[in-house]
Design a protein around this ligand. Structure first.
Ligand code: AMP
Length: 328
């Protein structure tokens, strides 16, 4: 473990995980487990920053998220998997860092202004929402993480974390390494309406969906809009069903579908059914593992507890150094 670099990443429990989360984030995490000392956490305090009006759903989302993680192949043996609110030290470090963080640093985080506009229906003029990049900074540096896997839009959050770590090191004592952003290049997965797959658009296929739900959702997929009749040739390059074939069907099927669509030998309904069948087969092992953990709540609780204990030990060690450095 000691020679491996440490990385940390989190996800907000705001609903069940979908195919976009799997291909856009989790597959990368699963891969990183082999090369890094990984800390992955369920960011339930962060879920409160924008969902503070409906906290009652969060505990179930937390449980479901851990089931999703375990079912796709995140491993408690390889990684430290935990729930943010179980490690109170994050909140203590957040408070101490707040003393040295200039407010304009937070106000100029691009996602802050962006989200205020995008989520105009919610009152986000809260202290918690302004401070969430600082809480993220605490989440990261409390484990002295070397790297944070992020998408492009999250890079400023790692940048402010580095600035805060630097400021702490300058004011008190060199405790914190400056974490690097590890850019994850992933293509966007689209939902049935061809917008980005997202729970907030209600266009997602969830890892927990039943075969019937998947069939039903796939039947709604928008295909090549110019193709009105089965006898019209289609253009698979602009068809989302075809993109899904590329993800879930064997290469021969993909080649066959490409040819059959272009030459109007297969209709969209049959093409969707083929894709849905392969998608259902792809998700089958995940569904089986989900059922396994659903039936064993004690095992799930044990995994969450053990991961939390491991994380806490590390966080407590850092906090002893921090308190000493700040004369607290
Ligand atoms: P969210 O809960 O929407 O913030 O999603 C968590 C992570 O899943 C994001 O940081 C992305 O890496 C990934 N993700 C979410 N939706 C998609 C999508 N439609 N396509 C690809 N990746 C996605």
């Amino acid at each position: 473990m000691a020679d491996k670099k440490r990385i940390l990443s989190g996800m907000r429990p705001t609903g069940p995980l979908h195919l976009g989360n799997l291909h856009g984030a989790l597959e990368n995490w699963i891969d990183m487990q082999e090369r890094y000392d990984c800390f992955f956490f369920i960011a339930d305090w962060h879920a409160l920053t924008s969902n503070y009006e409906h906290p009652e759903k969060i505990p179930d989302y937390v449980k479901q998220m851990m089931i999703d993680w375990l079912s796709v192949g995140l491993s408690p043996e390889k990684s430290t998997l935990f729930v943010q609110s179980h490690i109170k030290e994050h909140a203590e470090l957040f408070l101490l860092l707040a003393m040295i963080t200039p407010v304009p640093w937070l106000e100029r985080v691009p996602t802050y202004k962006d989200q205020i506009v995008q989520l105009a229906g919610k009152d986000l003029s809260t202290y918690g929402f302004l401070g969430y990049p600082l809480l993220q900074a605490a989440d990261i540096i409390i484990y002295k993480a070397d790297g944070v896997p992020v998408g492009v839009d999250q890079v400023p959050h790692v940048e402010i974390t580095r600035e805060i770590a630097r400021r702490f090191n300058y004011l008190y004592r060199e405790i914190f390494p400056e974490p690097q952003a590890i850019l994850t290049e992933t293509s966007k997965i689209l939902g049935w309406d061809r917008r980005k797959m997202s729970k907030s658009y209600d266009n997602a296929i969830y890892l927990s969906d039943s075969p019937e739900e998947i069939m039903e959702k796939v039947s709604k997929f928008v295909t090549d809009p110019a193709r009105k009749l089965k006898s019209d040739p289609g253009n698979p390059d602009i068809c989302n069903v075809f993109d899904f074939h590329k993800l879930y069907s064997p290469k021969e099927t993909v080649d066959e579908i490409r040819h059959q669509c272009r030459s109007a030998q297969i209709g969209c309904v049959a093409c969707k059914k083929k894709m849905a069948k392969n998608l259902i087969a792809f998700l089958e092992p995940i569904r089986e593992k989900r059922a396994y953990y659903e039936k064993r709540p004690e095992l799930l609780a044990e995994i969450i507890l053990t991961g939390g204990n491991k994380a806490r030990e590390s966080a407590q060690r850092t906090m002893e150094e921090v308190r000493a450095a700040m004369s607290i």
